[in-house]
Design a binder for this molecule. Sequence first.
Ligand SMILES: Nc1ncnc2c1ncn2[C@@H]1O[C@H](COP(=O)(O)OP(=O)(O)OP(=O)(O)O)[C@@H](O)[C@H]1O
Length: 275
Amino acid sequence: MSPSTRPLLSLDRLTRAYGSLTAVNNVSLELPAGARHALIGPNGAGKTTLLNLVAGTDRPTAGRISWDGEDLTRTAPARRSRLGIGRSFQHPIGIGELSALENVVLACWRHHPERRAAWRRAERLRRLRATALEQLDAVGLADVAHRPAGALSHGQRRMLDLAAALAGRPRLLLLDEPAAGLTDRDIERLLEVLGRLPEDVAFVLIEHHIDVVAQLVDTVSVLVEGTMLRSGPTREVLSHPDVRTAYLGTTADDVDPGGPETNTGGERVADEGRR
Ligand SMILES: Nc1ncnc2c1ncn2[C@@H]1O[C@H](COP(=O)(O)OP(=O)(O)OP(=O)(O)O)[C@@H](O)[C@H]1O
């Protein structure tokens, strides 16, 4: 396959079993460069496990992961990160005692090609700080750059994590429920930031806010009990009767996956009420 036609990420019959529980079962998926993809499904469907397998923090029991044509199945997470797979987590991970800026400087440093030497020259350090500030500005945190991460609001900390993930200039960003716990205003900001990502940056989003999914992504995969129920264009998948029954908890036409004009109420799926 030529570099222009091969997928950026390819999952081939990926399975992850924990003892008798198969969290991810025979899942295949291909994503091109610049893909905007959502993973949805009920609680415990295997969404986070699948992201962990792609990030390399968990290993598949069977199946294969390819990245830009290269077999990544056994590659360590740090190398995946250097190859361009960035991620943000369900809960903020920034270091509370360090300022927002210092957190992002650290993230920039981790991805610096000359990591060990990056501190030695004042000029390099200045450049790292300038890049970090740009990232903070891009997510709307320039004003609080010098505040300790621990003193930021939940929404700001999540944006800080996003700035840190973007600092690695990822080609694929894995986002685990980025809108969880955010205010409507923070969600707007998140939509803006993700909507402004360069076209060739792909992301995979786990999200329970269906209106966020409908606004942000072109394609969706639905996982149920570890298996792929359906995968394809957002509108088609969200309106499929099987998806409505299995996940959205609706049987009638009371969910419109059409987009912001018709679905602005911050709708979360029925399943979420059980959390
Ligand atoms: N390290 C682990 N050891 C054992 N079981 C695990 C482990 N990680 C996940 N599981 C189980 O695998 C299943 C899938 O979990 P996972 O967190 O991937 O689901 P999810 O779709 O992300 O759920 P949620 O929407 O609640 O975050 C669950 O039954 C979970 O308890």
